[in-house]
Unconditional design. Sequence first.
Length: 571
Amino acid sequence: MNENLDTLRHSTSHLMAQAVRELYPGVKVAIGPSIETGFYYDFDYEPGFTDEDLVKIEKRMEEIVKADIPIECKRMKREEAVEFFSKAGETYKVELLNDITDPEVNVYTQGSFTDLCRGPHLPSTGKIKAFKLLSLAGAYWRGDEHNKMLTRIYGTAFPDKKALKEYLDFLEEVKKRDHRRIGKDLDLFSVSDETGAGLVIYHPKGALVRYLLEDFERREHLKRGYDFVYGPHILKLDMWKKSGHFENYRENMYFTKIDEVEYGIKPMNCLSHIMVYKSQIRSYRDLPLRYFELGTVSRHEKSGVLHGLMRVREFTQDDAHIFLRPDQLHQEILGIIRFVQDVMKIFGFQFEMEISTRPAKSIGSDEDWERAEAALKEVLDSERLPYDLNEGDGAFYGPKIDIKLKDAIGRKWQCATIQCDFALPERFDLHYMDSDGKRKRPVMLHRVILGAIERFLGVLIEHYGGKFPVWLAPVQVVIMNITDEQEPYVRKIRDAMVDAGIRVEVDTRNEKLGLKIRESVVKKIPYMVIVGKVEMEQNNMTVRVRDGGELKDVATDDFINRVKEENILRR
RNA sequence: GCCGACGUAGCUCAGAGGUAGAGCAGCUCACUCGUAAUGAGCAGGUCGUGAGUUCAAUUCUCACCGUCGGCUCCA
């Protein structure tokens, strides 16, 4: 981030802390950094804050800005600072100081408020021109769920009012694109408390979009040498014990018992794919074997994290497991990255990559983890693809490359992931016969391209703002008449479009054209075909295009060809 | 799971300790209309669920379920 903006926001968080300290005696301050979208400050305040408090705090902040109080930095001996903050009752600051090894620290003072802070800061509070407090939230001290929960106040700040307004407009845009809102408007899906939290119900139009995505996926996988497989939803508990899931992933799993035998409902698809591999003796010539399944998995996600389609408890992954020889690692990982590149280009996403390394809770030897991490890095390095390192964030069975999509308005989403696994082949004693006649251990790659269909659909809805491209639009064309007289003509055009494989609806209700158009606009249908007396007489149609513009005197065949053309994916 | 807010008709929301209201949607009727909401009428709710306080609870209290904003976690 821009350093000046960073300083501005950091100073605004101090400004807020000053206001809070002045308004609410007894409040303790924790930490208050600048973040990508603004800043926050965490407070320990027993009664907690309300939305009305935000208004009060904001007002007090304005006053402090007007007073233009100088912000002064002082170097202090660590022990001196400990004494100072202990006296002030700022126990969180003392805790922070105890972790600092430097003999001297920076302490910033503005009026009545003094904070431990590395800085830098603006010279005075009057330099803050445009800010707004946005929301209240709970947040654990130091981000650890075993610690006390503090009250966090989020806000944002910009160099001027115009930039602030632009950001607030952006937040409005985000709201408008909310997939839950659009999902309702376009009648795509619902989640019902009667059925259960985090369980998605697809309505006909949502189911159609999902079908189109899945159909696309199947074709793309066939093209790239994947084999389709299917596995059961429940597998014996012993399998999950053997794989390490029971030990490492139990809190996220659902279990059931049939005839006194315990089963686990799959949270991942790998085990049945392993069973397919094991069903025969494999030769080095057979590898790589790529097993693909649109596999539905169930995971017990904590209630507080559920969110529309983005975070659910049952979802379908475009999942594949590739069994390969170690010498094929580079080529296969690269193949997957190319696959992701191809697919994301079609949807218009850019993406960034991240490598995650061994977590605390994991299986396998250090040596295997190092080999796996090296393999992932080697591919990205040799392709000169930039990536961030995310230490300790891998899956329990192996390190991974996470791919974060950037949508049309710049937000990032975790979807695709490539995971390198030496552990499960070991646990299930997988092998192949090598050219030297010796039994060797294959490597396994776990990977998804879209990730979870549910999340990807949610991301797509927000990315497109509900305006699906023609090939994905559940309804591509709506035909509307002006008076009853044109009804037979509307049906004739409709039939021709249906024959051409176009997803078309008719709106021959006895309503005004304005109403019909309004409703189709809300549903974001790509094309509105309007036929009245004139069009019927001339045997043509008028087309209103979703993204603007109007086509007059269009022959039905020409229009059908146009839509057919757009319905084909080209690369 | 945790912090906070919320849950009233299909949807968006108003309301008050004495057992509910609007707009849109739905249905009926009229209107046959040219580019983002034609008009009238009708119908529609165990006020999320359960317990408690009270003469009386949808309103107050508690628990549970769910939603929203975050935290932690994640595809």
